[in-house]
Design a protein around this ligand. Structure first.
Ligand SMILES: NC(=O)c1ccc[n+]([C@@H]2O[C@H](COP(=O)([O-])OP(=O)(O)OC[C@H]3O[C@@H](n4cnc5c(N)ncnc54)[C@H](O)[C@@H]3O)[C@@H](O)[C@H]2O)c1
Ligand SMILES: [Zn+2]
Length: 653
């Protein structure tokens, strides 16, 4: 391994592992080769701590990288096309053999004309100064004893223009001081430290951050009250509704509490500190700006605030600091950890920058540049072809999700873009379903809910877990069912009772708890009872199944009448025989059927297929598709109905 790469991995891992350095996320590092011709640099999208010989870096040709910055033709391009052009060109000047899609850091060009080892970070300690109105003067004073003073870089639009600005400032600095700067403070952005030797760079970055930190004030210690879980639940539902009303998007809502959040929220001027504007490009890109202060949760008022942001052409808030409760984040699971980190950093920086002379925020024009850059990049990904699911970001609970149809339905809902909660008494089986979902769709959100549908306390606990994970509910599919196959004269009463418990009481308890949440949330919803064609046409030797499957259809009709005023639709799906993955269709059950029709067990599946108009074996995905349809907006006028998905066997009126 090249020495320069070894050194890069060492400094990256060292700073990446230290929480004092990497708060606020972001940051990148580079080391140039001994001959100065190439530069190893962190790849974009990887964490500093995860960089290794195998991954997390690219190597660039230094001269060609500098060529991009000097290219007049690039300067002449309109802002947005230019940034994409530069990102592509950076890829072209890579001189390694890496075939992967990893791009060099978007700040790569900027590293090219600094000293050999470069560490760039956005630590809170620096943020407090570079976001303070007179941060420049304070930093000059703080570092007055340096042999060569730090270089202050006034805010410049990120990307290419920032690289050009720094290149001219560094050139001027070199003329004046006879050396390149070692410390660069970037207004409303962060810190660059650059030295020829890796250890010197590491020592310096530590010294700079420590000195800044020792001039800041930590939050006062606070005693936190235990959370009022009902209030947290209600707030989640309310945020979810307001968010949907303003943006047309379903979102997960999560709740976060910490000492610093509690301390910040007790400041008298917390709302003013949040209202001071967007601090940095990162805060805008990763968290849509600062958290919105909410005095008292109210869906309509929240929707009006978000709508006003959209109207003004700003990004809408995705994080909310709700008085006395804490931080709430609305959005897909994958953004939550990042947004929380950005908010934690932001409140610390706001608190301290305010004490250091007032918060310096991004101007509207500076924000606009970043928004348009992002929009342009987004259009590109759309052009590259991304399809949005019919149930994007909706929250669904599926019972019996550990096996057979429940599993297929859960997978089908996830394929349609929903977050799925996999409720089953058999949590190992549900965990297998979860593994299948994340293996197929790495970005999907799926959680296992341990749940015996026949036990009310257990059902309620499962829904509380759902609220903790996703913060709302749009879809319930009741699929956990049993089918004890006995002739009437042989049917043991406990088997009869078990079927009533699971197939009727279970469906009822789940629907009751789900409807309560959906009503409180106020966004409508969809409940589907998975019945069976046996619920319409009796089948032989199936007394409890016939009774309960018919009962499920009829319960759904009644619920449809009750819940219609809340725009909660309730329907049933009646599948034909689905053998794939089903535990109901176990060898014993198949034997009973074979006997019933006087055929051999292996003839059972072909026998059932022969009875369908389409001459087709029904698969799990066929049932899942029917359910996705019923839960989607396309079925917005369908409620109280039974959709028979049986390849044409039972034709209901
Ligand atoms: N497979 C078919 O041919 C077919 C046809 C029509 C309807 N259905 C219906 O589909 C549903 C699922 O059938 P399957 O064949 O996939 O069954 P299956 O036995 O393969 O799966 C049922 C799942 O429900 C879970 N379960 C059982 N009791 C539970 C309880 N008390 N609480 C929580 N979970 C519990 C089980 O652990 C299992 O994971 C049933 O409602 C059934 O009536 C199936
Ligand atoms: Zn940066």
């Amino acid at each position: 391994m090249d020495d320069a790469l070894k050194q890069l991995i060492r400094i990256s891992n060292a700073v990446g592992k230290d929480p004092a350095f990497v708060q606020g996320g972001g940051g990148n590092t580079s080391v140039k080769t001994a001959d100065g011709r190439s530069m190893y640099i962190k790849a974009s999208g990887t964490a500093l701590k995860d960089m290794s010989e195998q991954q997390g870096w690219r190597r660039l040709n230094v001269e060609q990288t500098l060529g991009i910055i000097r290219d007049k033709a690039v300067v002449a391009l309109p802002d947005q096309t230019r940034e994409l052009e530069v990102t592509n060109r950076l890829l072209l000047v890579c001189d390694d053999n890496i075939k992967a899609v990893a791009r060099p850091s978007v700040e790569a060009h900027l590293h090219a004309f600094l000293k050999r080892c470069v560490i760039h970070l956005h630590p809170n300690a620096i943020g407090a100064f570079v976001n303070a109105a007179n941060g420049k003067a304070r930093l000059e004073k703080l570092f007055a004893d340096e042999k060569h003073p730090p270089l202050w870089v006034p805010y410049t639009d990120p990307g290419f223009m920032l690289a050009r600005k720094i290149s001219s400032l560094v050139e001027a600095y070199e003329k004046e001081h006879g050396t390149k700067p070692s410390i660069l403070f970037l207004e409303k952005h962060g810190l660059f430290v650059t030295e020829d030797k890796p250890n010197a760079a590491l020592d310096l970055v530590q010294r700079v951050i420590e000195r800044c930190n020792s001039n800041l004030k930590p939050f006062a210690a606070v005693k936190r009250k235990p959370a009022d879980i009902d209030a947290v639940n209600q707030t989640k539902l309310c945020i979810r509704k307001g968010f949907f009303q303003a943006t047309g998007q379903y979102a997960n809502v999560t709740w976060h509490a910490s000492d610093s959040i509690a301390a910040f929220m007790r400041l008298k001027n917390a709302p003013q500190l949040l209202g001071a504007g967007v601090l940095t490009p990162d805060e805008l890109v990763y968290a849509n700006g600062p958290a919105l202060w909410i005095e008292k949760p109210d869906a309509n008022r929240l929707a009006a605030k978000l709508a006003a942001q959209i109207e003004k052409g700003s990004k809408y808030s995705v994080s909310f600091l709700v008085k006395d409760l804490g931080l709430f984040i609305a959005g897909p699971e994958k953004i939550v950890a990042t947004v929380r980190d950005v908010v934690e950093s932001s409140i610390f920086i706001r608190y301290n920058a305010d004490r250091l002379g007032g918060i310096a925020a991004l101007s509207r024009k500076q924000q606009q540049f970043i928004n348009e850059w992002e929009a342009e990049a987004f259009r590109k990904t759309l052009a590259a072809g991304s399809s949005e699911g019919m149930l994007k970001q909706r929250i669904a609970v599926v019972t019996g999700a550990g096996s057979g149809l429940g599993r297929n339905i859960a997978i089908g809902l996830a394929r349609a873009g929903a977050n799925v909660a996999l409720a089953d008494i058999d949590t190992n089986a549900a965990a297998e379903t979860r593994a299948a979902i994340t293996a197929e769709m790495p970005g999907a959100s799926a959680v296992v809910l341990s749940c015996n549908v026949t036990d009310e306390a257990n059902v309620n606990a499962a829904f509380q877990n759902l609220m903790n994970s996703f913060g709302g509910l749009d879809i319930l599919v009741n699929a956990a069912g049993v089918a004890p196959p006995y002739a009437l004269v042989d049917l043991p009463v406990d088997k009869w009772r078990l079927a009533l418990e699971v197939n009727l009481t279970g469906y009822f308890l789940m629907a009751k708890a789900a409807a309560r949440i959906m009503i409180a949330q106020g966004l409508g919803g969809s409940i589907v009872n998975l019945s069976s064609k046996s619920g319409l046409e009796a089948s032989k030797n199936n007394t409890p199944y016939n009774a309960t499957k018919a009962g499920e259809i009829h319960m759904a009709r009644g619920w449809a009448m009750e819940l219609g005023e809340h725009n909660i639709r309730v329907n049933s799906v009646a599948p034909g025989n689905v053998f794939e993955g089903s535990k109901i269709w176990n060898p014993e059950y198949i034997k009973v059927c074979a006997k019933k029709y006087g055929i051999k067990p292996e003839e059972v599946i072909p026998y059932y297929v022969s009875k369908t108009a389409l001459q087709k074996e029904i698969k799990g995905q066929d049932i899942a598709d029917s359910i996705v349809f019923l839960c989607s907006d396309q079925a917005r006028c369908i409620t109280g109905q039974t959709l028979v998905t049986d390849a044409g066997q039972v034709m209901v009126r």
